[in-house]
Structure formats: structure tokens, C-alpha cells
Design a binder for this molecule. Structure first.
Ligand SMILES: *Cc1c(COP(=O)(O)O)cnc(C)c1O
Length: 495
């Protein structure tokens, strides 16, 4: 279409390139671009050599810094080629059986299919008038998860960006619940009891909630790395003695290092006696909700006041996908705020079902659609079967490693992690402490495997987190074998 001088007389600026916008008139370009992306990704995967290339921070920073963001490349193919150089070529691949570091899962394809719609339609789940059916898809998944937990009528919840946000919101509800019950609510007297192995997001939440670092009381764990119920009972009594109030007990269902599941039923009984709040952090162990054989490990979770579940860990969903579930949905009112421009308190006409009333976020991705497509394509048993597979694998690897005299195992796996170190006979603890980080770094640099590190009682250990149902026992033993081989090499170099 040519623009006549008459039409242009108001000196409109030249039209920008509008074809980049997702629009029915631009479908050819959309489809071509998406195909280009999918093909590029598939080609990348065909060429991969391992879970990592071992690139160091300085090397990874350089090509990124060299890009002049003011000078566009103009077409998606060139941008993809550059993206490979700055990112994809050295990415860490969680589907690789030699990736065994953090709680990252390989993702299922039905969720990737959902992502196409999540970002293109771009529904925002804050209000009904921005999401329509999306609101009810999310609510149905929340209700379904609550059913799996064993919550009764009146339960509710909300999708969040991750376990950190879910824990923050759970503890926010607990704080406001505690303060509402006392006449002169004094936040500085509130205490959160969590096992010494609880996730650091509990500490962070206490800080964000204005409770201070002192607010979190670390309850000792037993030899099995589960919270000691006797120690919890003692800690609760101590609070009373010192005039402090228990705001919440955080039980972890699957600790990040050991996969330990705190004794939920016994903890719930204590929490009831002290009339406080039970938050269960099942960010890691939440996948057991769909396990065909291990659901009983979460017995007692239905007595929680709030529960964190990370679908982006043991449900094989892409980041982000998490939820906070609450036994009594009315508690979510603590985060409700009405704004005339979004969710008015007294709307004219019908009252809309607005998810923003329950969320810490306003604009929010439709992450629920990923879980929806996963469940509708594969069903919960298949996801639960994946969980069983990785838990079994950890146990089999733990048993097999009993035969390796140079590998010391720290504790039996609660779920799918293995905490171990290379420590041949005669090596001192101090020497072992020095060696573990170097082994980890060398294995990463060679790109053959990736493991994590942690400290237990001040000592350095290595950690394998197994979340890949495609990994075999041989794959895991190849990783531990390379830890041993590198350890021996480093010892020889030092000698
Ligand atoms: C991973 C994890 C979290 C934090 O979840 P994010 O999704 O990473 O924010 C909280 N608690 C436990 C036990 C975890 O393993």
C-alpha cells in the first residue's frame, strides 16, 4: 500500500517494522520463525557432546559483552546464530545422564508444547478479564493438587514462581495469622522452627517478613537427617519459657541435600498441641504426590496449614512452575488488596474470580498450562513413575557404591540425592576437604559430568542429584567413577 501525500500530511513518522508483532496478518512469519527455532534447537541437541563444555566465567562473559545491543542483526536466523555463540553452545543440559548437580529436571515435551501458547497468547493470570478459562485451568489444578495432598473442602492455593516464593507466601500467611491472634502482636517475639537442613529460603523469608535472622530456630536432625521430634518438642517448650511465640514450624518433605522427609505426622501433632502453623516445604518431595508406590512417604502432609510444591523439580516441568497450597483458603485473604483499576472491592455488576486476590504477583504467567498439558497428555501415574525411577536409581547407586573403598557415602538417600566424597583409606578429613572442590571443578572443566558440592558438619562433600529417569545405574557409576579417577590424578599431581 502506498501512502499518498494527502494521507501523510500530518507528518506521521515512518511506520516501524510491524511484522514482528504476533498477529493474524503475520502468521507466515510467525510459523517460519518458530520452525527455525525448533530446528535450531534440535540441531544443537544432535551435536551435543556432554552436559557442559566446562567454560569458565571470563570466557562466557566475553562474547556477551562484545554484543552491541544498539545494532540489531535484522533477522531471526542471524540472531539465533549469535545466541548460540553467547549462550546455547555452552549451556548446561539437564537431560544428559551425566548431569547430576542441582535439582534441575529434564523437561517433558507436552509442557514445551504448552509454552508455545503460554508466551504467544500471553494471558495474565491476575484477573479473570485477562485470562478467562486460564483462571479456571489454574484453579482446577490447585484443587486437584489439594486432593492429592488430602486437604478437604475449603482448601485453596495459587501458582507461584518457585519454592522460594511459595515458602515466603506460606510464612507470610503464618505471620499474619499469628499476629492476628494476639492483641499486642509483636513480630520480634515470633519464631519459626525449621530443621537445620531446611532450605535457606526459610531464612530469607524471615528476613523479608521483617522478623530478622534470629527468628529462625534450627532444630537438630537425627542420623537419618530428618528433624528430631524430641528436639522440636524441646525447642517449642523453650520458646514458652523465654516468652517467645512459635509462629510456624516448617517441616521439609525432601531436604535439598539429603532428600530427607521430616516426620510429618509427629510434627503435626506437636504443632496442634502448641496451636501454631505447620508449613510443609515439599518443593523437592512434592512429586511423591503422584508416585504409584511411595505416596505414603508424605503421610501427614494433609495436616499442614500450607504446602509448597515445585512442579519444576520432581514433576519435570520447565521453570517456573510452583504452587502454594493452603488447607483453609480464607487465609489467602492476608494478601488480598483491592485496586479500583484492577479488582475493585465493590464492583458494579458481577464480581469476577480474580486470582490476583491470592497472589504476591500481579501480572503472572500462565504456568499452570504446562502442568495441564502434561497431565492431559501423560497422566499423573507416568510422572509419578518417573519419580519412582529416580528414587530407585539413587538407592541402587548407593548400594553399588558400598563396594568402592575410595568413595565414602554420607547418608542413605531419602529421595534421589547421593552425598559422597572421594576419600581413599588413610586420607585425613582436612585433605579430603581440600580435594573435593578441586575434583568437582576439574570434572566440570572437562565437560564430562556435573556434580554439586555441599558441607556437612563443616566438612566438604560432593552431591549427586538424580532427576533424570533416562539415566541408568551405569551412567551414575560412570559419574562417580570419574570423580575417583580425577581424585587420584589430583593426588598424583600433588605428590
Ligand atoms: C529448591 C528448593 C526450594 C526453593 O525453590 P525454588 O523453586 O528454587 O525457588 C525450597 N525448598 C526446598 C526444599 C528446595 O529443594
Amino acid at each position: 500500500m502506498s501512502i499518498s501525500p494527502a494521507q501523510n500530511r500530518r507528518d506521521d513518522p515512518p511506520p516501524p517494522d510491524l511484522h514482528h508483532l504476533f498477529h493474524p496478518d503475520h502468521l507466515d512469519s510467525y510459523v517460519d520463525t518458530m520452525r527455525l527455532g525448533v530446528d535450531h534447537l534440535a540441531d544443537t541437541l544432535r551435536r551435543l557432546g556432554g552436559p557442559a563444555t566446562g567454560v569458565q566465567p571470563e570466557q562466557a562473559a566475553k562474547p556477551v559483552a562484545d554484543v552491541d545491543l544498539d545494532v540489531p542483526l535484522g533477522d531471526p536466523a542471524s540472531a539465533l546464530a549469535e545466541m548460540s555463540r553467547v549462550y546455547l553452545d555452552d549451556a548446561i543440559w539437564f537431560h544428559d545422564p551425566a548431569y547430576a548437580a542441582h535439582l534441575n529436571c529434564p523437561v517433558v515435551v507436552p509442557a514445551l508444547l504448552a509454552e508455545v501458547f503460554v508466551s504467544a497468547v500471553n494471558s495474565s493470570l491476575d484477573t479473570f478479564d485477562q485470562s478467562v478459562g486460564g483462571t479456571f485451568v489454574e484453579r482446577h489444578l490447585i484443587d486437584w493438587t489439594n486432593g492429592r495432598i488430602g486437604f478437604g473442602r475449603g482448601a485453596d492455593g495459587i501458582f507461584t514462581s518457585g519454592g522460594t516464593q511459595s515458602n515466603l507466601q506460606g510464612l507470610l500467611l503464618a505471620r499474619d495469622h499469628a499476629l492476628a491472634r494476639t492483641v499486642h502482636g509483636d513480630p520480634s517475639r515470633l519464631r519459626i522452627l525449621a530443621s537445620a537442613d531446611a532450605h535457606f529460603s526459610v531464612q530469607k523469608a524471615a528476613r523479608l517478613l521483617g522478623l530478622g535472622d534470629e527468628a529462625v530456630v534450627a532444630v537438630p536432625v537425627g542420623r537419618d537427617r530428618r528433624m528430631s521430634v524430641d528436639a522440636l518438642a524441646g525447642a517449642l517448650d523453650d520458646l514458652t519459657t523465654y516468652g517467645l511465640s512459635p509462629m510456624a514450624v516448617v517441616a521439609t518433605a525432601g531436604t535439598t541435600d539429603f532428600g530427607a522427609i521430616d516426620p510429618l505426622g509427629a510434627i503435626a501433632a506437636l504443632v496442634r498441641r502448641h496451636r501454631t502453623w505447620l508449613h510443609v516445604d515439599a518443593a523437592y518431595g512434592g512429586g511423591l504426590l503422584v508416585s504409584p508406590t511411595r505416596r505414603h512417604l508424605l503421610a501427614g502432609i494433609e495436616q499442614a496449614d500450607s504446602v509448597t510444591v515445585d512442579y519444576h523439580k520432581t514433576w519435570f516441568q520447565p521453570v517456573s512452575a510452583s504452587a502454594l497450597l493452603v488447607r483453609d483458603g480464607r487465609h489467602l485473604g492476608h494478601v488480598t488488596w483491592h485496586a479500583d483499576y484492577l479488582n475493585p472491592k465493590d464492583p458494579e455488576g458481577i464480581r469476577h474470580p480474580n486470582q490476583v486476590d491470592k497472589s504476591l504477583q500481579t501480572t503472572r504467567r500462565f504456568d499452570a498450562l504446562k502442568l495441564w498439558m502434561t497431565l492431559r497428555t501423560m497422566g499423573p501415574d507416568t510422572i509419578g513413575g518417573y519419580v519412582d525411577t529416580v528414587v530407585d536409581l539413587a538407592r541402587r547407586a548407593y548400594d553399588a557404591l558400598a563396594d568402592d573403598p575410595a568413595i565414602e557415602r554420607c547418608a542413605e538417600p531419602g529421595l534421589s540425592t547421593l552425598v559422597l566424597r572421594f576419600r581413599p583409606e588413610g586420607m585425613t578429613e582436612d585433605a579430603a576437604d581440600r580435594l573435593q572442590p578441586r575434583i568437582r571443578q576439574t570434572v566440570y572443566q572437562r565437560g564430562t559430568a556435573m556434580v554439586a558440592a555441599t558441607k556437612v558438619d563443616g566438612r566438604c562433600w560432593l552431591k549427586l542429584t538424580l532427576l533424570n529417569p533416562l539415566a541408568t545405574l551405569d551412567d551414575v557409576l560412570a559419574v562417580t567413577g570419574s570423580l575417583g579417577a580425577v581424585g587420584r590424578e589430583l593426588m598424583r599431581e600433588a605428590a
